[in-house]
Design a protein around this ligand. Structure first.
Ligand SMILES: [Zn+2]
Length: 109
């Protein structure tokens, strides 16, 4: 399996949801960059300090089972709570997510 393929599967695991929750809880649902909290218009996200793809490569993970049993992957220390706009500015932010926002920003300013 390719690294990107495996990363996609990891993001769908219940363990991934649990990881995100523990990161949010530790950071009190507050963006660690600008201090904003989760709200109606502001969505918080869990940012990986070390990218999932890097972890997959470093630990030589090849299957979902490998990933589940890899403790480094599920360590809340590797996570950071960021709001959507701060998250977007990180280098590892997935480019496919970025596209969606551009369409909204088209208005003349
Ligand atoms: Zn923020």
């Amino acid at each position: 399996m390719s690294v990107t393929g495996l990363v996609k599967l990891i993001r769908k695991l219940p363990q991934y949801e649990a990881w995100k929750r523990s990161v949010f809880l530790r950071d009190h649902f507050q963006c660690q960059q600008c201090g904003k909290r989760n709200g109606r218009k502001r969505v918080i996200e869990a940012h990986h300090l070390m990218e999932l793809s890097t972890l997959v490569r470093m630990n030589g993970l090849g299957t979902v089972e490998d990933a589940i049993s890899c403790l480094a992957l599920w360590c809340p220390d590797n996570g950071h709570t960021l709001c959507h706009s701060c998250h977007e500015q990180t280098e590892s932010y997935p480019k496919s997510f970025r596209k969606l926002k551009k369409e909204k920003k088209r208005k003349n300013g």
